[in-house]
Design a protein around this ligand. Structure first.
Ligand code: NDP
Length: 246
């Protein structure tokens, strides 16, 4: 039996980047995985088909995390179908990087809606009847702890809210036997932060290991946190940044 057999997992933003690697790993580990996307219908379908061809259990939901009703409805549809969710991975996020004076109210509302509010709502909906042994894993950012350059104020603000959210949640859910942990990546090679992008050399200078991380690095950590081996890790922030914040 695989380590996540019989577990129902829900991953937000699973069509690309880290989310797709997390979907892949949780499915390979035996979980039934439902993931959301917003625009990437083709990428989502391709990932789903690819994993289903290997005999793995994967479904998709089109659900914009900026829309409170959509994210809650997607989670409720999984609970209706499978009875409950065992593993919630709050992964979907956006990064609007700008000089501070250029941020608009829309930038603020959109960033906080996706990076922060959706995490609160998805967690509330998914833990409503999450059984003991359940897992809430949220993807924050090492920028909640250290910001190495300008233009990241709004993004780092949205991610720092997750630090205290994770701590409070550990108290609320611990008595139910559910753990909640925050994964804080540093530079990981994705569409959001390509290793050959215009800001990558500057970031690399601050990484102790000198190179970007891969999506699989994060997926492996998330899969560990999702499984039985991590049962006493709770309310923790696990930084995975090659030493950027060291
Ligand atoms: P990508 O931009 O590569 O992928 C983002 C994923 O989230 C896509 O699947 C996208 O779906 C989905 N998504 C975006 N907006 C929404 C939305 N409104 N509703 C539902 N899904 C949405 O990002 P990464 O993989 O790099 O980032 C994943 C997480 O990791 C984010 O929370 C990010 O903040 C965080 N992070 C990333 C770092 C990095 O260096 N890459 C560093 C630290 C943290 P679609 O395909 O439909 O657009």
């Amino acid at each position: 039996m695989k380590r996540l057999t019989n577990k129902i997992a829900f991953v937000t933003g699973g069509s690309r980047g880290m989310g797709a690697a997390i979907v892949n790993q949780l499915a390979q580990d035996g979980a039934t995985v439902v993931f959301t996307y917003v625009n990437g219908a083709n990428a989502a379908k391709e990932l789903q088909t690819n994993l289903q061809t290997k005999g793995l259990q994967v479904e998709t939901r089109q659900a914009d995390s900026a829309d409170p009703a959509a994210i809650v409805a997607a989670i409720n549809s999984v609970i209706t179908k499978y009875g409950h969710i065992d593993i919630l991975v709050n992964n979907a996020g956006i990064a609007v990087m700008k000089p501070f004076e250029d941020y608009t109210l829309e930038d603020y509302e959109q960033t906080m809606a996706i990076n922060t509010r959706a995490v609160f709502l998805a967690t509330q909906a998914a833990t409503r009847n999450m059984p003991a042994g359940g897992r809430v894993i949220t993807i924050g950012s090492c920028m909640a702890d250290r910001v190495i350059s300008a233009n990241g104020t709004l993004y780092s603000m949205s991610k720092s809210a997750l630090t205290a959210f994770n701590k409070g949640l550990a108290r609320d859910l611990g008595t139910k036997g559910i753990t909640t942990n925050l994964v804080q990546p540093g530079p990981i090679d994705t569409d959001m932060n390509p290793a050959d992008g215009p800001y990558s050399d500057h970031q690399r200078q601050h990484i102790a290991l000198g190179h970007y991380g891969k999506v699989k690095d994060v997926a492996d950590l998330v899969a560990f946190l999702a499984g039985p081996e991590s049962s006493y890790i709770n309310g923790s922030a696990l930084t995975i940044d090659g030493g950027m914040t060291s």
